[in-house]
Design a protein around this ligand. Structure first.
Ligand code: SF4
Length: 357
């Protein structure tokens, strides 16, 4: 059987820049499509061919702004170079104001079978605060349109916003659940360095409120049959995002496009956060040590409810986090509890591998 590979493709442009965002993205409405396609193709050609592609993820930025001919060109290059799994998952991120139903139908014809909509909030006031361009009404309409076109639709929502009470969030989540989607990405708003939000004096929810919001979110989603499977991701059973699971399970993935990362075995690749440098062919490659690989396995794997295999982890450290109530054991796996997810950084540190040297 061929080794499997997940493929991420980064598109760097958006209609405008949101004040909380630290992704490599910028407002832009024109680009050299031929140069982009040439570089994406060259990156695909450089990947090890004897692989089966199990997922493709167009992320960004706002990849639904990508010209359809470019999306098609990238997919053609992938299908020409690789064998592609019959049940391949092909995701596209989109913003409610950067896609319409006609475009959704073309994406579907191109093979995209999972749409992830950056809704972020279902209130105009919150959307305005977050610097989003769409209204709540547009978001609602796009969710319905997307559900009519795609079998798998996911929405992103951001909670723990300044001034948001538990009651307000529960009502918003209730409305989100009324769309009956198979997948939800629910993120707590965090203030990233060097973003416009970091320069404002925002009153964020205190730790107690953030904790309450997280636990109530898990309960509300559980009751609706959409349990948490990763610290910010919830899915009906069988609808987990397989592409993101490749990251969290430390499986091989390749990244093409500016700022994209890849991991194939111990080889880590990183593309420059600079379109011109990326178009010029710049790319960084390093070999991870087995210890660094193990550190990544913990960092990524413990975000998931399914946790990680305990092999190689100090039994004393495992016993200690078990006693703290941060994990449960399932066979040889250690799986974080809700408390463990709340204490994720401390949990990871407690289990951190020791350098034998
Ligand atoms: S649309 Fe998404 S990627 Fe673009 S600036 Fe806003 S949050 Fe960042």
């Amino acid at each position: 059987m061929k080794k499997q590979l997940a493929l991420y493709c980064h598109w760097p442009y958006c209609l405008s820049k949101c004040p909380y965002c630290d992704f490599y993205s910028m407002p832009c409405r024109s680009w050299d499509e031929a140069a982009f396609l040439k570089r994406y193709r060259a990156e695909i050609e450089a990947l090890p061919a004897k692989r089966e592609i199990t997922s493709i993820f167009f992320g960004g930025g706002t990849p639904s702004l990508m010209p359809l001919t470019l999306t098609e060109g990238i997919l053609n290059a992938v299908y020409t170079r690789f064998s592609v799994a019959q049940d391949v998952e092909i995701s596209m991120e989109a913003n409610p104001d950067a896609i319409d139903q006609e475009k959704m139908m073309v994406f579907k014809k191109l093979g995209i079978n999972r749409l992830s909509l950056g809704v972020q909030a279902l209130s105009d006031e919150a959307l305005h605060f977050l610097g989003r361009r769409h209204t709540a009404e547009t978001a609602r309409r796009r969710i319905k349109e997307a559900s009519a076109v795609f079998d798998i639709v996911s929405i992103d929502l951001m909670y723990a916003r300044p001034g948001q009470t538990v009651r307000m969030w529960e009502a918003e989540l209730k409305e989100a659940l009324s769309f009956n989607l198979p997948h939800y990405s629910l993120y707590q708003l965090t203030i990233e360095d060097k973003t416009p939000f970091a320069r404002r004096s925002l009153t964020m929810p205190d730790d107690e409120t953030a904790r309450d919001l997280f636990l109530r979110t898990i309960n509300q989603m559980d009751r609706a049959g959409v349990p948490l499977y990763e610290v910010s991701n919830f899915a009906r059973p069988g609808f987990e995002c397989r592409h993101n699971q490749a990251y969290w399970r430390s499986q091989d993935y390749a990244g093409i496009g500016p700022s994209a990362h890849g991991r194939i075995g111990l080889t880590a690749t990183e593309n420059p956060r600079d379109v011109a440098a990326w178009l010029a062919g710049e790319r960084f490659e390093t070999e991870l040590t087995p210890l660094e690989k193990e550190e990544e396995r913990l960092l990524m794997g413990l975000r998931q409810r399914e946790g990680i295999d305990a092999t190689g982890i100090s039994p004393t450290a495992v016993q200690s986090v078990l006693q703290k109530g941060w994990i449960v054991r399932k066979g040889n796996r250690i799986c974080p509890t809700n408390e463990g997810l709340l204490m994720l950084n401390s949990l990871i540190l407690d289990l951190w591998p020791q350098d034998p040297a």
